[in-house]
Every structure is written in C-alpha cells, then in structure tokens.
Ligand binder design. Structure first.
Ligand SMILES: Nc1ncnc2c1ncn2[C@@H]1O[C@H](COP(=O)(O)OP(=O)(O)OP(=O)(O)O)[C@@H](O)[C@H]1O
Ligand SMILES: [Mg+2]
Length: 319
C-alpha cells in the first residue's frame, strides 16, 4: 500500500557566492494519515527549507532542487506545475508560519485577510466567507470572534495572532497542516495553550500535522512520530517513544541531555551541537570532528539511515 505522504531521497542545494552547498539531503520521511509527525532540529538545520520545498514556495534561485520525490496522495509534488501546486497549497496542504507578524499584513483587518483567503481558495461569496471566517475564529477559541474580525494585527496579543494564523490555515479545510515552529516567539504559558489547541484540532478535524520545532520537549507531548534533523539530514527517526526513551544517535542524546529538567539543572550543550561548516568536506560522518563517541570507522564512510529496531531508524556507525 502506498504511503499517504512520503519524501524520498530529497536533495536541495543553496547557491551562495562560494558555490552551491547542500542544505537538505533527506533519505526518507513518511507521514501517516491523521497522525502528528515532529521534525526537530536546531536553528539552521533546514527545517523551514523542507517546509518551503513541500509547499513549492522555496525561492529558486538561490534554492536548487537537485533530486528526489515528495509523494502526497500518490502524486509527486515536485513534478507539479505552479498552476497545479496552487490547487494544493492552502486547499489540501496549509502552513502555519513561524512568525505571525510576517504572515499577517499590518494594514488590513484580521477579518479582511481571512475572508480573502477563504474566497480565493473556496470560491464562495463574501457573505458566506465572513460566516466561515467567524466559525474558524471561534474554533481557535478567541472570544468575541465577530469583534476580532475588525481588529488589526497589532491590536492582538502574540498568542491571539498565532491563533488567527491557525484559523487562516484551517479556513480552507486542508488535510495536511505544516506548523513551522508555531510557538517560537511566545512565552511558555501561551505556548502551552497553542500546543493544546493544535493537538485538540488535529484530533477533532482528523488532519495530518507536520510539526516543526527546535525543542524536543514541545513535540514529545503532541507527536506520534519524530525525526531529528541535523545539517539537513535525518539522523534518527521513529515513534516518539523510540526516539525519546531509547535514543541511539549521539546527537539525539546530546539534544535530550540539553533539555532543562529542573531549576538546578544546567543546560550543557555538548560540542556535538554545532552544525558543521558547509565548506568542509568529510569522507566519513559529518559529525566526526565533534562527536564524543566516535571510533575509527566513523572516518571511513557517511552513515546512512538504517533500521535499528521496530520502526526506529538511525544514521550512525555506532548504533
Ligand atoms: N538565502 C539563503 N542563502 C544561502 N543559504 C541559506 C539561505 N537561507 C537558508 N540558507 C541555508 O539553509 C540552512 C537551513 O535554513 P532554514 O531556514 O531551513 O533553518 P531552520 O532549521 O528553519 O532554522 P530556524 O530554527 O532558525 O528557523 C541554513 O543553515 C543556511 O545555511
Ligand atoms: Mg525555520
């Protein structure tokens, strides 16, 4: 049986003044329908580039798609024309961006913006679009939905703005939602509320979610499956329990150890925590100069993503 959503051998480069460099090299990601998949990696790992590539909004150039496939309902999105991608973007796959202020236009009211998205994607008249917009604002639990329609983005709190972004993403009843660090600029109590809301909506609306984060703590409570992205490569992947409670890659272990556990606990970011210098070329594992658990064999070849056990995959010679 074909997978609902599957990325295979995706390679994306970026053109820079110093030549092309690889920013994504993903062997495989599979999303199960109706489940939440967490993609975790530090800043610069390539998370947003992956989201942009899936949606077909990667700026090209400087981005260059070198090869691979992104299958969605059996069709390769990378082979679709821009015209056909417009039928999918917003309608079947929607995105919640990491910065609500850059998604919302400051000079239009919230209502004008949601209504425009609904009319563009669903072809309904203005009256019907207003009705649907109010329903979606109610869905994301902002009180006085009708009043909020007349508010400008700067009149809302950070949490309310992010809820509006979620309402906009949901306004066209997309079946796959890509949430790119949706709580990045919010304080922890507001973060918790947004995460709870996303998780509730995912269950109620049976949408599939690709949840992007740089914090394992955030995704562990909400995701069924997890992948660790480092330097544009998946280095570990499995169910949330497999990755979180039995991590096999030294990078994943360092990432988990760095999560603050209590007030007395210091965050020790091990040396392995840096993305490598793209100009350096290694014949072996890209982490070899930083890894505290390396052996001689790690210098010889690049580790590929291998099945470790169950549904747990690891790209490490030591696993
Ligand atoms: N305009 C650009 N020109 C050249 N390289 C770029 C450009 N944008 C991104 N990159 C490269 O792509 C890599 C991945 O960037 P991306 O924005 O996907 O990171 P991210 O994982 O989303 O980080 P963050 O958590 O900070 O959002 C960066 O490390 C950088 O090397
Ligand atoms: Mg990003």
């Amino acid at each position: 049986m074909e997978n609902y959503f599957e990325i295979k051998n995706l390679q994306v480069n970026y053109r820079t003044y110093e030549g092309e460099k690889s920013v994504l090299n993903i062997e495989r990601i599979v999303l199960e329908k109706g489940k939440t998949f967490g993609l975790v990696g530090e800043s610069g790992a390539g998370k947003s580039i992956l989201a942009q590539t899936i949606l077909g909004v990667l700026p090209r150039p400087p981005g260059v798609i070198k090869g691979g496939s992104i299958f969605f309902n059996g069709e390769d999105l990378l082979l679709k024309s821009e015209k056909n991608m417009r039928k999918i973007r917003g309608k079947k796959i929607a995105m919640i961006f990491q910065d609500p202020m850059s998604t919302l236009n400051p000079v239009f009211t919230v209502g004008t913006q949601i209504v425009r998205v609904i009319r563009q994607n669903q072809g309904v008249n203005k009256k019907e679009a207003i009705k649907r917009a109010i329903e979606k604002i109610e869905l994301v639990k902002i009180p006085d939905a009708e009043g909020i329609m007349d508010a400008y983005p700067h009149e809302l709190s950070g949490g309310q703005r992010q809820r509006i972004i979620i309402a906009m993403a949901l306004s066209c009843d997309a079946e796959l939602l890509i949430a790119d660090e949706p709580t990045r600029n919010l304080d922890v109590t507001i973060q918790a509320g947004i995460l709870k809301l996303l998780s509730k909506l995912q269950k109620e609306l049976h949408v599939t979610v690709l949840f992007i984060a740089n914090n394992l703590g955030l995704v562990s409570a909400t995701c069924d499956n997890l992948a660790m992205l480092h330097d544009g490569k998946i280095i570990e992947m499995g169910t949330t329990n497999e990755v979180l409670y039995n991590p096999q890659h030294p990078y994943t272990r360092a990432f988990i150890e760095a999560m603050p556990k209590d007030r007395e606990h210091d965050c020790h970011l091990k040396r392995i925590f840096a993305n490598s210098n793209p100009k350096e070329q290694f014949s072996g594992c890209q982490n070899v100069s930083l890894c505290l658990e390396k052996e001689d064999k790690c210098n010889l070849s690049v580790p590929v993503l291998k099945l470790y056990s169950g549904t747990h995959y690891v790209a490490c010679h030591m696993a």
